[in-house]
Structures are given as structure tokens and as C-alpha cells.
Ligand binder design. Structure first.
Ligand code: PLP
Length: 389
């Protein structure tokens, strides 16, 4: 079932044939040992991708469920959380914390900018923070967090480092075994979902907890959720034929296939490819006279927020692209109407980006801004090649 449209939004991302085929396989019993084998293998590969000796949980749900599950199992009611927000999805933790009775404080970046590590340290110096959430790539601004700077700033104060990888995992490095300057300065939790850089349709919430994060759950009396409590899921993830709640069987087939694709490409090569694609796209977009909302040094490799030249009607522009088979997303909140979001992550080929750039150029030209799509495509290829050498 080849894709008929180019779905270049910040998730869901294009689904490759092998994954569609996996999704369409015959549904087995959730207690079937053959299914348990497939699931176990996928979980083992997930552990490898995150380089963790902790535990991986893959359950039915979206990224928001994963955000909530991460907090519900690490921060108890009444404990303090610091939210480092680079936009709309960073802010989403405010609501999640509130629903769980967690006392949250927020550091909000000016949209398009990063929070400085010094600001985080200043907050944490006040003491009492159990954990800090950081959004790896905020889908509303196209800004990526700098883990080299932010992880040590948090770990210095002993708080758990919780990373929202929903628009990053499998596209940006999230190495939970990596020491960020000291032996215990490591990422404690990564939460993510199936439909972004992993390249599976929406439907799976993925939460990875380090041994330290697992210990935080053990130290809590209760988890304020039944379905999300990792104590209910731990035995199941070790032996998936056991029952707690019915697995999303076909989604797991698709996920297992995605994990194979990622392992075959190799995570290092995959992260390098995403960095090169991001640079290529941004250079190509600039060659067409448009601007990227995030500055180059903070821009996420997985998506771009692109600003229109003066005089473009957002609805007309995006619906024209859609008629030509290219689906992009609008900008959010204060940026709405001023440009569009282009996703460039997952199991993509460079071909699709060239086609997309050409459609964007054609549409701009129709709207009175003459730009050269072939040139933009060449810029993309040249910059990509220079960054994958
Ligand atoms: C998409 C996204 C989410 C929300 O995921 P859903 O699957 O829509 O619930 C959370 N965080 C980030 C960074 C995202 O990009």
C-alpha cells in the first residue's frame, strides 16, 4: 500500500510498505507465544536504541499518555516538578502535573529560544525538586534542547531528568547510557510515541525508565493511575504472553518492523541522516527566500517551522499544497497563520523532500513569489551530502 500523499507534518510521518504489511498481518491472541516473541524482540531493540539497562514500556496510547505515565511513576502527589518549556508541548506538562496533583513550576523560553542552563540551576538551587521535564524537540517552535548543557544542569542537583522525545526519538540521539560530564549524570526517563521519527502510525506510547527512575516508583506508595502504573506492566513487558490488558497486537507488529528498520540503518547513521536532512531543508527553504523560525544553532533536525514571505494566505497556501499531494501543518498559537510546519523525520527518502520543495516553489510562484524549485532541490542535496560525508 504505497503512500498516495506526502505526509510531511510533525507526525504522523510517512509509513513505509514493510510497516503497512506488518500492520496488516493476521491478528493473534495476545497470549500467543509467537506474539510474545515478536514483542520481546521489539522491546529488546528499543532498549538497545536507548542504550538503557532500565525497562521499556510499550502500551496502547498516544504521546500524551506517555507524558502522563512518565510523571505518574516518578513524581508523587505533592512533590515538586520543574518544567522546562520550549513551547506548546513543554507547556502540556503543566496540565499533566496538575491532573496528577504534582506541584509544578515552569521555566518558559521565549518562543524560538532555548532556556539557559543557568536559569535551570537557579531554580533547582531553591531545592526540593524531584524531577525536571525537558522537551527534546518542541513541535510548536522547531527548537531542540541541548542535552549536553541541560542534562548536567539538572543532574548536578540530583533531580530526575525526564525527556519528552515524542518528536525526536529515533531521529535524535537519546542515549540513556551516556554520561553527561559525570558518571551519574544521565537521562533518567525518555517518553515517546510511535508516529513521529519512529515512523509507525499513531497508537503506541513508549516510556523508558532508567534503574534510578524505576527506584523512584518503588519509593512511591501509590501511582495515581491503574492503567499507567508500571508495577502492573513490568511483569508483562518481561513476559508479554501474560495478561494485564490486551496488547494492541497489530500495532506491535508494525512497531517491531520499525525497530528492525532502525537497527538495520543503525542509530548513529540514522541520527546523522536526520541532522543532514534538517540542515539541507533549512538551507533549501532559505534559498527560496523564506525564513526558519528557530535559529540555526537551536533548530531541530526533525521538523522546521517556516515563516511565509509577507502577503501569503496560510489557508490558501496549505490547501494548494494539499491539492498537489503535499500535506504540511500550520503553525500554532501566536505563530498561527504566519507560516507552516514541515516534518522531516522517520523512514523517509531524500526524493520525497525534493518533490516537496518543488511543490512549495511552484505554489509560491503561483502566488507571485517567483522561486526556483530545481535550485532548492540542488541546495538540499548538496547540503545533505556535505553533512553525511
Ligand atoms: C506530538 C507531541 C506530543 C503529543 O503526542 P500525542 O501523540 O499527540 O499525544 C508530545 N510532545 C511532543 C514533543 C510532541 O511532538
Amino acid at each position: 500500500m504505497p503512500n498516495k500523499e506526502m505526509l510531511l507534518i510533525p507526525g504522523p510521518t510517512p509509513v513505509v510498505d514493510e510497516i503497512y504489511e506488518a500492520l496488516a498481518r493476521e491478528t493473534m491472541s495476545h497470549t500467543d507465544m509467537r506474539f510474545a516473541g515478536i514483542f520481546s524482540e521489539a522491546l529488546a531493540q528499543t532498549k538497545k536504541m536507548f542504550n538503557t539497562d532500565g525497562e521499556v514500556f510499550v502500551i496502547a496510547g498516544s504521546g500524551t499518555l506517555a507524558m502522563e505515565m512518565a510523571l505518574a511513576n516518578t513524581v508523587a502527589r505533592g512533590e515538586k516538578l520543574l518544567i522546562v518549556s520550549h513551547g506548546y508541548f513543554g507547556d502540556r506538562f503543566i496540565g499533566v502535573a496538575k491532573a496528577l496533583g504534582i506541584e509544578a513550576e515552569v521555566l518558559t523560553a521565549e518562543w524560538g529560544k532555548q532556556i539557559e542552563p543557568a536559569q535551570i540551576e537557579e531554580k533547582l538551587q531553591q531545592g526540593g525538586f524531584k524531577a525536571v521535564t525537558v522537551t527534546h524537540a518542541d513541535t510548536s517552535t522547531g527548537v531542540a534542547a541541548n542535552l549536553d548543557k541541560v542534562v548536567p544542569a539538572v543532574k548536578k542537583y540530583g533531580a530526575l531528568f525526564i525527556l519528552d522525545g515524542v518528536c525526536a526519538s529515533a531521529g535524535l540521539e537519546e542515549d540513556m547510557g551516556k554520561e553527561y560530564g559525570a558518571p551519574d549524570y544521565k537521562i533518567d526517563v525518555v517518553l515517546t510515541a510511535s508516529q513521529k521519527a519512529i515512523g509507525v502510525p499513531p497508537g503506541l506510547a513508549i516510556v523508558v525508565l532508567s534503574p534510578k527512575a524505576l527506584a523512584a516508583r518503588e519509593a512511591m506508595d501509590v501511582c495515581n493511575s491503574y492503567y499507567m502504573d508500571i508495577n502492573n506492566w513490568s511483569p508483562i513487558m518481561k513476559e508479554p504472553q501474560k495478561y494485564f490488558a490486551t496488547h494492541p497486537i497489530n500495532m506491535i507488529y508494525g512497531y517491531a518492523e520499525a525497530m528492525k528498520i532502525i537497527a538495520t540503518e543503525g542509530t548513529a547513521a540514522r541520527y546523522r541522516r536526520h541532522i543532514a536532512i534538517g540542515k539541507g531543508i533549512r538551507a533549501a527553504i532559505r534559498s527560496m527566500g523564506m525564513e526558519i523560525f528557530a535559529a540555526e544553532d537551536v533548530a531541530a533536525p526533525t521538523l522546521s517551522c517556516i515563516l511565509y514571505p509577507e502577503g501569503i494566505n496560510d489557508v490558501e497556501f496549505r490547501s494548494t499544497l494539499a491539492k498537489k499531494g503535499l500535506i504540511v501543518a500550520g503553525l500554532l498559537a501566536a505563530l498561527a497563520g504566519k507560516g507552516f510546519r514541515l516534518g522531516h523525520m522517520g523512514n523517509t527518502t531524500n526524493d520525497i523532500f525534493c518533490k516537496a520543495l518543488q511543490i512549495i516553489a511552484e505554489t509560491l510562484t503561483e502566488m507571485g513569489f517567483t522561486v526556483d524549485g530545481a535550485k532548492a532541490c540542488n541546495v538540499f542535496h548538496d547540503v545533505f551530502a556535505a553533512n553525511t560525508k
